[in-house]
Design a protein around this ligand. Structure first.
Ligand code: HSE
Length: 413
């Protein structure tokens, strides 16, 4: 029998205990060991839980129990999760976590401590919820050089955008619905401002390049400024708006970013709707591989956590080879130097004059024709250009008869 502890009994934590209790026999057969939840750490009371007697409010009950060999951290956030996880790894306990913030901010350090102590620190659930992606990148695709990953990495924002696109639902109503369904972070700003997706693309980038990419060096935009009008223009252009996390290596520099982007309907990510996530990996031998599934929610995420626990049980005396080193992030390309075509929406008194002005500023533009466009609306797409050049030209666009309304990147997918 292997004894474990679960720290946190929120959406994911309660899913972990539920799966371990409901699938206990099957799991035991697969790993040839019974997995016994000895302690559950949470400050709240859960008198109706079938294992209510195993709850504790004190981390010391876990760290001081030498029989507990694996600790699941599903509390979220950096504090106190970082301190607890570090102490577990320093005290002979492998750790499984779904906490993307912890891995994105402290991953290199925690992986090093795990290696020093010949323990496992696994985090499959931190990216893509129930979608296998960490293990496939680390093992199944290990023979490839992966130089690009693009993904829809946040279920909440994808759910909101899908409701806006398919049902013309307001942003606020869609967010409320996502929160009620248990998809959103405790503070949904992390979802809608793009920080959650940023943490996930950082984890993937760290894994494929073997060097820690810290979230604060990644240009991150959310979806709060996206309007139903932008959604309509994306449709008229032949695509949809998705929040894309993207990393690629060009001339030795990493281009990494999270931003809403227009993607063509023909792109493999375009029909990824609702809470689903999809991660497009470009391997030099495999070509494109897409991982698709539920990126958030109690049981999908808990399934990935429990599978990591099972992997720890299978490798109790032997470390899984997962590692990246710390980095100063000097090889990240400043986002002003990244190159994209841009969608621009303006209000104008004179469309023809505005087109002429935009053509001068951006060299050439493609006007997006929308049959029911208002008489004063003009939307167009610029050529692919360096973001700093775009900003310079864009700053010269408004005048007494032209007001700029929105700009969105066009994904090169
Ligand atoms: N809030 C996250 C999302 C949860 O919506 O994707 C899963 O990481």
């Amino acid at each position: 029998m292997i004894q474990i502890a679960v720290m946190g009994h929120g959406v994911v934590g309660s899913g972990v205990t539920e799966i371990l209790l409901s699938h206990g026999d099957e799991i035991a057969k697969k790993v040839q060991e019974e997995i016994y939840i000895k302690k559950v750490l949470d400050l709240r009371e859960f008198p109706d839980s079938p294992i209510a007697d195993r709850f504790t409010k004190s981390f010391e009950d876990i760290i001081n129990d030498d029989d507990i060999k694996i600790v699941v951290e599903v509390m979220g956030g950096i504090n106190p999760a970082y301190d607890f996880v570090k102490r577990c790894l320093q005290n002979g306990k492998s750790v499984v976590t779904s906490n993307k913030e912890l891995v994105a901010v402290k991953g290199a350090e925690l992986l090093q401590i795990a290696e020093d102590n010949n323990l496992n620190f696994l985090f499959e659930a931190s990216v893509g919820g129930g979608i296998p992606i960490i293990r496939p990148l680390n093992q199944c695709l290990a023979a490839n050089t992966v130089n690009e990953i693009d993904g829809i990495l946040n279920g909440t924002t994808n759910f909101i955008l899908t409701k806006m696109i398919r049902e013309a639902m307001s942003f606020e109503d869609a967010l409320k619905l996502a929160q009620n369904l248990g998809y959103a972070e405790r503070n949904p700003a992390a979802d809608v401002e793009g920080h959650d997706a940023c943490r996930k693309i950082c984890i993937l980038a760290s894994l494929i390049f073997g060097k820690h990419v810290y979230p604060d060096v990644v240009h991150t935009e959310g979806i709060t400024k996206i309007t139903l009008k932008d959604v309509e223009y994306a449709e008229a252009w032949g695509g949809v708006i998705k929040l894309i996390g993207s990393v690629k290596l060009t001339d030795g520099k990493q281009e990494i970013m999270v931003a809403p982007m227009f993607i063509k309907n023909t792109c493999q990510l375009a029909n990824v709707d609702d809470v689903f996530n999809a991660i497009l990996v470009k391997g030099d031998s495999t070509g494109e591989v897409v991982f698709y599934g539920k990126g958030a929610g109690k049981l999908p995420t808990a399934s990935a956590v429990v599978a990591d626990v099972m992997d720890c049980v299978n490798h109790i005396e032997q470390r899984r080879n997962i590692y990246w080193e710390d980095s100063d992030n000097r090889d990240i390309l400043p986002f002003e130097e990244t190159k994209y075509a841009m969608y621009v929406l303006v209000n104008t008194d004179d469309k023809e004059e505005t087109i002429a002005k935009a053509e001068k500023l951006f060299d050439e533009i493609d006007v997006i024709e929308k049959p029911d466009a208002g008489t004063s609306e003009l939307a167009f797409v610029t050529p692919v250009m360096k973001y700093s050049d775009f900003e310079k030209a864009f700053a010269q666009l408004p005048d007494s008869s032209i007001q700029t309304v929105s700009t969105i990147r066009i994904a090169a997918l």
